[in-house]
Ligand binder design. Structure first.
Ligand SMILES: Cc1cc2nc3c(=O)[nH]c(=O)nc-3n(C[C@H](O)[C@H](O)[C@H](O)COP(=O)(O)OP(=O)(O)OC[C@H]3O[C@@H](n4cnc5c(N)ncnc54)[C@H](O)[C@@H]3O)c2cc1C
Length: 317
C-alpha cells in the first residue's frame, strides 16, 4: 500500500517506525531483533533510513594519511525487501541526494520498483561530519526538490538516460521532510516553507516532520503550512529522550529545542534509567495530544532502540 492511501483510508490513527540499517559488518538479525517487538502494533509501514558515506583518515605504511570514504550503514534497498518479505509490511525507503549521481539514483529507483517498494521519503542528506556545507555529486542533486522531480519523471516513464524511449512508468508515493523549528540552514521559517511548498507543488504526496518536543511547534507549523496553501498530510515525527546526554546531543545534531520543563526534569535525574522514564512519559503525553488533535499517524524515530517505543505505543493505543 502507498502511505497516502493508508492516510486517506485509515479509520483510526496508526504508527510507523523509522529504523537504521545495521552497521556494516553486523548481520540483519540485529535489525530483526529491533523490529520483532515493534510488530505487535501492526505498523502498515517501516521507514528505512539511507546513509551517505563519511570520510575518515587512515594511516598508510609510508606514514601518510589517506582520506577514505566509508558508508557505515549500507543496505537500505535490500533491507526494504527483507522487511516486506519477512513481516509482510510495506517499506518506505529513504533516498538521499548526497553521494549519488542522477544515474545512480535512477538505478536505485529501478531496483526499488522491481522489489515492489512503493514508497520513498526523499531527503537531501546532511554534509559529512567535519564539513560545513552540503556538496552534491557532479551530475547529482543539490536539493531534494531535484530528486523529487526525478521520481515524478520516472513515474511518468521519463528516465535520466535519454536513450530510453517508452520507458516503463513507476508508481512511487513520495514523502518529503518538514521542519517545525525550521531547517538549520534556512534564513527564516518563511523561506523554508516556500521551498517546502515548491516540493509539494512539484508532486510530494505527504510530509514527515523532524522530531520536536513541544507540540505547539508542530501545531503552529501545520497552521503556517495550511495558510501558505500546503494541503498534504503532515505526519508528526517524535522520539523519546532515553539518556541524560541527549538533552545536549539532540539540539546540536537535529537543531531542535528541548522545552525547559523537560530539560529540568532530565537534568534532575540521577541516571539514564530515570532519564528514560521521564523521556518516555513526555513522549506519551505528546502522542496523546497529537492523536487528540487528529494526527493521522505517529512516526517514531526508533534510533534502533525499541524498548521505550514499545512502552510508549502500548500506552497510546
Ligand atoms: C523525517 C526525516 C527523515 C530523515 N531521514 C534521513 C535519512 O534517511 N538519511 C539522511 O541522510 N538524512 C535524513 N534526514 C535528514 C535530512 O537529510 C537533513 O535534514 C537535510 O539537511 C535536509 O534534507 P531536506 O530533504 O529537507 O533538504 P532540502 O529540501 O534540500 O532543504 C535543505 C535546505 O535548503 C533549503 N532549500 C530547499 N530547496 C531549495 C532550493 N531550491 N534553493 C535553495 N534552497 C533550498 C531549505 O530551506 C533547507 O534549508 C531526515 C530528516 C527528516 C525530517
Amino acid at each position: 500500500m502507498k502511505v497516502i492511501e493508508a492516510i486517506n483510508t485509515c479509520k483510526s490513527p496508526y504508527v510507523t517506525f523509522e529504523i537504521l540499517p545495521p552497521l556494516k559488518g553486523k548481520s540483519i538479525e540485529s535489525l530483526y531483533g529491533i523490529l520483532d517487538p515493534l510488530m505487535e502494533f501492526k505498523p502498515p509501514f517501516i521507514n528505512v533510513t539511507y546513509h551517505s558515506s563519511e570520510y575518515t583518515y587512515k594511516e598508510r605504511p609510508n606514514g601518510f594519511l589517506e582520506k577514505v570514504s566509508i558508508r557505515k550503514r549500507p543496505g537500505t534497498v535490500g533491507i526494504c525487501a527483507s522487511i516486506m518479505y519477512r513481516y509482510k509490511v510495506d517499506a518506505v525507503a529513504h533516498l538521499i541526494c548526497g553521494g549519488f549521481t542522477k544515474n545512480e539514483t535512477e538505478d536505485a529507483l529501478i531496483d526499488l520498483h522491481y522489489l515492489g517498494v512503493k514508497n520513498i521519503l526523499i531527503l537531501r542528506g546532511d554534509p559529512p561530519k567535519n564539513e560545513r556545507d552540503f556538496k552534491p555529486e557532479v551530475n547529482g542533486h543539490s536539493h531534494s526538490i531535484g530528486l523529487l522531480k526525478q521520481i515524478v519523471n520516472i513515474n511518468k516513464g521519463t528516465y535520466v538516460e535519454d536513450d530510453i524511449k517508452d520507458g516503463f512508468n513507476t508508481d512511487f508515493c513520495i514523502g518529503v521532510a518538514g521542519y517545525p523549528e525550521k531547517h538549520f540552514e534556512a534564513p527564516n521559517i518563511s523561506a523554508d516553507i516556500k521551498y517546502l511548498k515548491d516540493k509539494v507543488d512539484a508532486g510530494a504526496d505527504y510530509i514527515v516532520t523532524q522530531m520536536f518536543f513541544d507540540n505547539k511547534k508542530y501545531f503552529d507549523f501545520v497552521a503556517l503550512c495550511r495558510s501558505k496553501g500546503i494541503n498534504v498530510p503532515i505526519i508528526p515525527g517524535i522520539k523519546p529522550i532515553t539518556t541524560k546526554k541527549q538533552v545536549s546531543q539532540i539540539p546540536s545534531t537535529f537543531h531542535v529545542d528541548i522545552p525547559e520543563d523537560l530539560y529540568n526534569a532530565i537534568e534532575n535525574c540521577k541516571n539514564d534509567e530515570q532519564a528514560a522514564k521521564v523521556g518516555t512519559e513526555w513522549t506519551v503525553n505528546q502522542g496523546k495530544e497529537l492523536l487528540k488533535a487528529g494526527a493521522p499517524c505517529l512516526h517514531f524515530f526508533t534510533m534502533s532502540n525499541p524498548k521505550p517505543i514499545v512502552e510508549i505505543v502500548r500506552a497510546l493505543f
